[in-house]
Design a protein around this ligand. Structure first.
Ligand code: 5AD
Ligand code: SF4
Length: 454
């Protein structure tokens, strides 16, 4: 077998794509390796969303060039590929800045990787494929997949038609597309048979899902979740990322009725000021957002939220920024991702003339993160003394430790036998920090017996 190393940047969709890319290359004789030095093929699956993420790719390519040259000097070969959103947005530029790259392909063409690799091996020069082809990649991807542990991602929707003025996604991932429900259910069944206990449905606008049902009608995400929940052996369902204005009643009612739908939702609001939201081309107001949150919490009282925030969007005043802090105080997020606005090439907001200075963005980000971190810690502390069902996913730093996730996505560290991995266990939470909880196996709940002695 030849060795393949994939480095993934950015979002969970990229993690999903990297898994599928590895599967496409398996029949061509490539097996994954963690060691870039050993690899016969290296693929960088890239992210274009913020400048920092995109620039990382070019510095990594510089390092890889050294490996490639060393291999070639020793009479070997290393195929170097750039995939993902930087490849899509800057295909030609990638080849110009890094002419030693062999393959450049976007998120919608990786199902054709077999042909592309064959052309490179035959010495036809660099291959650039950033089309939005007519044939959909999902129809050509192999069904057989490996599941790494007990959790799996499943792309149900891709692309975006919303055109928020700060975002490159509509240009890199293309128009919104929903997969057929039967194909999704077949993939979910397959994942469960390979050991998945938890499936996370993915989409840039996952709750805009409107796929063809097995009887030719249209299902929304709520219906898809209800149907998937019937799969025997599937213990947890999650979905990400949602668009507030697409949070419909059918989906909200699934939160009330489907027990395996976890009570934790990533619902990016981006900013707490209606003026900024309007400039961002987000159609929801802060009142709309709060109404959706209220409905969700009425449907499922223990529902917790995470969000994305952008600070320093062009024209954001101190009053606008304080409105974001107020929103956070009002709603409460147990987790959040926050970013300084980054003027990406080609986005409408990049040409606005009221850009905010880097210094002010940094200062606002620090204030925002202090508040968000305090909310995370406060929530984690409320977990102490509770019993939680934890899905153990990986080994901890120290021998004899396992790390799992609570229903609210908190990391929980427990001293437990490795045999308990990839299953849900009852855990008593005994301590909480900003990033994780510590627990002990709940012997009584696990076995139904009292301990023989204290
Ligand atoms: N600058 C900063 N953050 C951005 N995001 C998207 N585009 C930008 C940008 N130009 C953030 C949004 C989105 C998350 C994935 O990345 O918060 O929800
Ligand atoms: Fe980007 Fe807005 Fe689409 Fe999300 S909804 S992917 S932020 S354009």
């Amino acid at each position: 077998m030849k060795k393949l190393h994939i480095k993934t940047y950015g979002c969970q969709m990229n993690v999903y794509d990297s898994g599928r890319i590895a599967e496409i290359l398996t029949p061509l004789g490539f097996a994954l390796t963690d060691r870039v030095e050993d690899a016969d093929m290296v693929i960088l699956n890239t992210c274009h969303i913020r400048e920092k993420a995109a620039e990382k790719v070019y510095s990594e390519l510089g390092r890889l060039r050294t490996h490639k040259t060393r291999k070639e000097k020793a009479g070997g070969r290393m195929i170097l590929g750039v995939a993902g959103c930087v490849a899509q947005a800057q295909g030609q530029e990638v080849l110009k800045r890094a002419p030693f790259v062999d393959l450049v392909f976007g998120p919608q063409t990786y199902h054709r990787l077999g042909e592309m690799v064959a052309r490179t091996i035959r010495g036809h020069g660099a291959v650039l494929n950033t089309d939005f082809p007519e044939d959909n990649k999902f129809d050509s991807l192999p069904l057989a997949r490996t599941v790494n542990g007990s959790t799996a991602f499943l792309a149900v929707q891709e692309g975006c038609d919303k055109f928020c003025t700060y975002c490159v996604v509509p240009y890199t991932r293309g128009a919104e597309y929903s997969r057929r429900a039967a194909d999704i259910l077949a993939e979910a069944r397959q994942l469960v048979s390979l050991g998945a206990k938890e499936i996370t449905f993915l989409g840039q606008n996952v709750n805009a899902y409107h796929g063809e049902s097995p009887s030719g009608k249209t299902w929304g995400l709520g219906r898809l979740i209800r149907e998937t929940a019937n799969l025997e052996g599937l213990e947890r369902i999650r979905y990400t990322t949602s668009y507030p204005a697409d949070m419909n009643d059918a989906l909200i009612s699934a939160h009330a009725d489907v027990e395996t739908l976890m009570p934790y939702l990533h619902l990016p609001v981006q900013a707490g000021s209606d003026t900024v939201l309007k400039a961002m081309n987000r159609p929801h107001t802060i009142d709309d957002y709060k109404r959706v949150v209220d409905k969700l919490r009425t449907a499922r009282s223990d529902l917790t939220l995470s969000s994305d925030f952008i600070v320093g969007f062009p024209g954001e005043t101190e009053v606008d920024f304080e409105a974001t802090l107020n929103l956070i105080e009002d709603v409460t997020f147990i987790q959040a991702y926050s970013f300084k606005y980054s003027a990406r090439p080609g986005i409408p907001a990049a040409i606005l003339d009221n850009q905010i200075s880097e210094g002010l963005k940094a200062e606002r980000l620090a204030r925002l993160q202090a508040l968000l971190n305090a909310q995370t810690l406060a929530f984690n502390k409320t977990s102490v003394g509770q019993h939680q069902r934890v899905l153990f996913e990986r080994s901890g730093k120290h021998p004899g430790q396992l790390i799992g996730r609570s229903p609210h996505m908190q990391s929980v560290v427990v001293e437990a036998d490795a045999g308990l991995m990839n299953a849900i266990h009852e855990v008593a939470i005994i301590a909480a920090g900003p990033n994780s909880l510590t627990g002990t196996l709940d012997f009584e709940k696990e076995t139904g017996k009292k301990r023989a002695c204290a």
